[in-house]
Design a binder for this molecule. Structure first.
Ligand code: ASP
Length: 326
């Protein structure tokens, strides 16, 4: 008996007892619905519930695909489609207005398996811009199409076009009128998703109406590969939200990937570095959702709040809005 317990002790001490490697989720999905001045005081309980329910619906739509062995690209599109179709978010229906009182939307998507990417910019009639971005990636030799050309291409691909009045919402129009008074370009609310599928592939997508009262023709970071969106199986998947000009100048999504890939930072260290050490000191407001092939998720933001949610094969859906819920 003594001998046996000695053997057991030795096994533990010398690490010979087979220890279980930390379990990695088979699949994972993280989403955002925009970052900005989102505080409990600026919210009614009803509106808060609406956001929570819609974010949860987007998580369910994407996770249903991942659970069944579908691709991260399909999951990203499904989750973003739910938010694009909701007037709550600044993408698709509910997109913000330019200074001229029209809706000009941007979107992009990237496949981490092969670094293929697609984007559309300044589109006014595509119901779900993320689907057009995906078609550019999969059905054209290009990475980005803009304006009329993007719309014509989308239509040729059987993607739904709508009259521009479809995008009108009272709420965004009021923000436009307010912004016109003080010429401010606030009001974020972009949506994005990053996913890891059972095949080990990452994907990222972002869709937006841009910033309220932006100049006609202004393009933000969301459709720019490396600024607002990036996915690389050897690094991570990123979707950003915030003041686009800062994300473009600092190539935020690509830099997070590069810090992981070339400098061995963890996902969380890399994402937090860009948001807090690079953007915050220069006034670059916003945040990112980030996911790696081990299923690690990081969602740092330097604004008061960011609509966000996660779901993985090991963890039920979780939705958060404010900063103090970190
Ligand atoms: N990043 C977007 C843009 O600048 C806006 C947002 O995220 O709300 O167009």
């Amino acid at each position: 008996m003594k001998k046996l317990s000695f053997l057991f002790l030795a096994l533990i001490l010398f690490g010979c007892v087979p220890h279980q490697a930390p379990k990695q989720p088979a699949w994972a999905l993280a989403i955002h619905g925009g970052a900005g001045t989102i505080t409990k005081e600026s919210m009614t309980p009803e509106l808060e519930q609406q956001y929570q329910e819609k974010l949860d619906e987007a998580l369910q739509a994407g996770s249903e695909i991942l659970k069944n062995g579908g691709t991260s690209l399909d999951a990203v599109c499904a989750a973003i489609n739910v938010m694009e179709d909701s007037p709550l978010f600044n993408a698709g229906k509910g997109a913000v207005f330019t200074a001229e009182g029209i809706n000009e939307m941007d979107a992009s998507i990237m496949n981490g398996e092969n670094l293929m990417a697609g984007a559309v910019a300044g589109v006014k009639r595509i119901k779900n811009p993320i689907l057009a971005a995906r078609a550019v990636m999969e059905k054209s030799p290009h990475v980005m199409l803009m304006g009329d050309g993007a719309e014509k291409f989308a239509q040729d691909q059987g993607i739904e076009l709508v009259d521009s009045s479809y995008f009108f919402t009272e709420n965004r129009w009021n923000s436009y009128l307010k912004a016109r008074e003080k010429a401010s370009k606030e009001n974020f609310g972009t949506c994005g998703a990053v996913a890891l599928d059972k095949h080990g592939n990452l994907a990222a997508g972002t869709s937006t109406g841009g910033m309220t009262y932006k100049m006609k023709g202004r393009v933000g970071d969301s459709p720019i590969i490396g600024a607002g969106t990036y996915a690389d199986n050897n690094g991570c998947a990123i979707s950003a939200t915030g003041h686009g000009e800062f994300f473009i100048r600092n190539v935020v999504a690509f830099q997070i990937n590069a810090l992981m890939k070339y400098k061995d930072l963890s996902l969380d260290e890399a994402a937090r570095y860009m948001i807090f050490e690079v953007l915050k000191p220069i006034g670059g407001e916003g945040g990112v959702i980030a996911l790696d092939t081990l299923g690690n998720i990081s969602m740092p933001f330097n604004t008061a709040g960011m609509y966000r949610g996660t779901i993985t094969s090991d963890k039920n859906a979780e939705v958060k809005i404010y900063g103090d819920e970190r």
